[in-house]
Write a protein that binds this ligand. Structure first.
Ligand code: NAI
Length: 505
């Protein structure tokens, strides 16, 4: 089935934040659009706001005045559900409540054409459950836009158990025609993004709770080392802790309290205090006119070593070598992939703490460095020393990394440090979603790139680092905590043994 023709009438039910955004997208794409809201005046207000947005886009040169006029005129307010009887697609964006959604769709079925398609913008209610009471459940699918809908590219096309494949495909192609990046997914808790992204917040919260570093330093490391567009704490402050905590609790409960999704007491405390983030003027950070920039832990410049010995292949960290300035003599020898620096050993984390690795591998004065998205482009990097190491080791290791151009933040010794731990846990969740056929590998990565703007899809990222390596990092986390939360996905375990790729699994 092809995309819906732009002459197809679209009805959007619920003209709140999401419904208004979706109506704007559909009208800009050339469809006649009906807006309906149960509360008097809300749909009309939304229509005025969308028209005002179109005018601003014309002023900014992002829309022609002809296009804006046509799109503005295409928006109509429905005062009763009967008004939308001719719609070929009805998109529901009302309150997040199963019974309210079921009630609405059953009322709609009584007035619309039996061939019309039905879509829900739900982010946490089962699409299968919403469709279950319909006369024609095969024609309902999820059409999950992200907030704000006109700006966020991703749309998850969610198939419930009864959804007909051609209905999902029509919605996919229609969303693509509207300029979006659609993905197919099955109706499972959190779909793709709200599930796979959970560790981004959860691991950061845990690192802070265990005093590995401060929120501002962890944010800076994930931004400037991991190349995530925002750090987890500033992102939670932006989303709102009430919303973010509710999503985590919803996914946790929907997966029958799987410890992998366990909510954080720290975040619950913020919600209870009313420190909801930007919208309430305070979250992890204070917001206000006189607010000072948060302090990021950073080691002052240390003396650079004169000689380094690279033993073996540094694996993902190999690109560091090309950045070493000519003032430092570089020698290479065979070995286990470590950097020897005048009395200290520097190595990329493998998921074990520096303290445990130092003892197990019998390496005194061990300093570990974190994963970076691109070791060839210096930013910020975390290092940690083993408990056995001399304080001087830290300075020597920092001096070396600083000589290449890295800003160094020292964190407490913790398994997988910060960026590596986050990426490994994201890849683990993505691998399990793939194993459970929630979506294809390509769509999982596409969803994470366009739904939350990660610099690379977690599956492609894990493949680039090596599935065997990611598996070892997860084993390190699991050994350290002895918790089911860190159990590696069975798919990663299998691929680690064969050297296989998640993207091709
Ligand atoms: P909202 O509260 O801003 O808007 C909901 C609108 O629906 C309100 O104007 C309300 O009057 C209207 N409404 C409620 N019951 C109705 C009914 N039976 N018939 C007609 N209109 C009714 O909510 P928001 O944020 O726009 O969310 C709407 C849906 O989109 C929810 O299912 C939500 O989970 C989902 N969603 C929300 C996202 C977000 O970030 N806000 C992101 C993605 C999905």
């Amino acid at each position: 089935m092809a995309a819906l023709n732009t002459s197809t009438q679209i009805a959007v039910i619920g003209a709140g934040a999401m419904g208004s955004g979706i109506a704007q997208v559909a009208a800009a794409a050339g469809h006649p659009v009906w807006l309906y809201d149960a509360r008097d005046g809300v749909a009309e207000k939304s229509r005025q706001q969308i028209r005002a947005i179109f005018s601003r886009l014309v002023e900014k040169g992002k829309m022609t005045s002809e296009h804006a006029a046509l799109a503005g005129e295409a928006l109509k307010v429905a005062t009763a559900l009967e008004d939308v009887a001719q719609a070929g697609l009805v998109i529901e964006a009302i309150v997040e409540d199963l019974e309210a959604k079921r009630q609405l769709f059953s009322e709609l079925e009584a007035v619309i054409d039996p061939r019309a398609l039905l879509a829900t913008n739900t982010s946490s209610v089962s699409v299968t459950a919403i469709a279950a009471k319909l006369e024609h459940p095969h024609r309902l699918a999820g059409l999950h836009f992200f907030n704000p809908a006109p700006l966020m590219a991703l749309v998850e096309i969610v198939s419930g158990l009864a959804t007909a494949p051609d209905v999902a495909q029509t919605l996919y192609e229609t969303a693509e025609g509207w300029g979006k990046k659609p993905v197919h997914t099955r109706s499972t808790p959190g779909f793709i993004v709200n599930r796979v992204a959970r560790p981004f917040y959860a691991e950061a919260l845990r690192l802070m709770e265990e005093q590995v570093s401060s929120a501002s330093t962890l944010d800076a490391l994930l931004r400037e080392g991991g190349r995530f567009p925002m750090g987890p704490f500033e992102l939670m402050d932006l989303i709102g802790h009430d919303v973010n905590f509710a999503v985590t609790c919803s996914v946790f409960n929907a997966y029958f309290q799987d410890p992998r999704f366990k909510p954080s007491l720290t975040q619950q405390e913020l919600v209870m205090a009313g420190y909801l983030g930007r919208k309430s003027g305070r979250g992890f950070y204070p917001y206000g006119p006189d607010t000072e920039a948060p302090v990021i832990a950073e080691l002052p410049i240390q003396p650079a070593p004169s000689v380094v010995i690279i033993e073996g292949d540094l694996g993902p960290g190999e690109a560091l070598v090309s950045g070493i300035p000519s003032s430092i003599a570089v020698k290479r020898s065979s070995g286990s992939g470590v950097i020897r620096l005048e009395g200290c050993t520097l190595a990329l984390s493998d998921g074990r703490t520096a303290t445990i690795r130092s003892a197990e591998d019998d390496v005194p004065d061990l300093v570990l460095f974190d994963l970076a998205f691109d070791y060839g482009k210096p930013g910020r990097i975390a290092i940690a020393t083993s408990d056995q190491a001399s304080p001087r080791s830290l300075q020597i290791a920092a001096g070396f990394l600083q000589s290449i151009g890295w800003q160094v933040s020292v964190v407490e010794d913790s398994p997988g440090l910060v960026v590596l731990r986050t990426v490994a846990m994201l890849a683990n969740e993505a691998a399990d979603a793939l194993l459970q056929s929630v979506a294809s590998a390509e769509d999982i990565d596409k969803a994470m790139r366009f739904g939350v703007n990660y610099p690379q899809g977690p599956l492609a990222w894990a493949d680039r680092l090596g599935t065997g390596y990611i598996y070892r990092v997860l084993k390190g986390l699991q050994d350290n905590y002895q918790e089911d939360r860190y159990r590696p996905s069975a798919l990663l375990r299998r691929l680690a043994s064969s050297g296989g790729s998640l993207q091709k699994a």
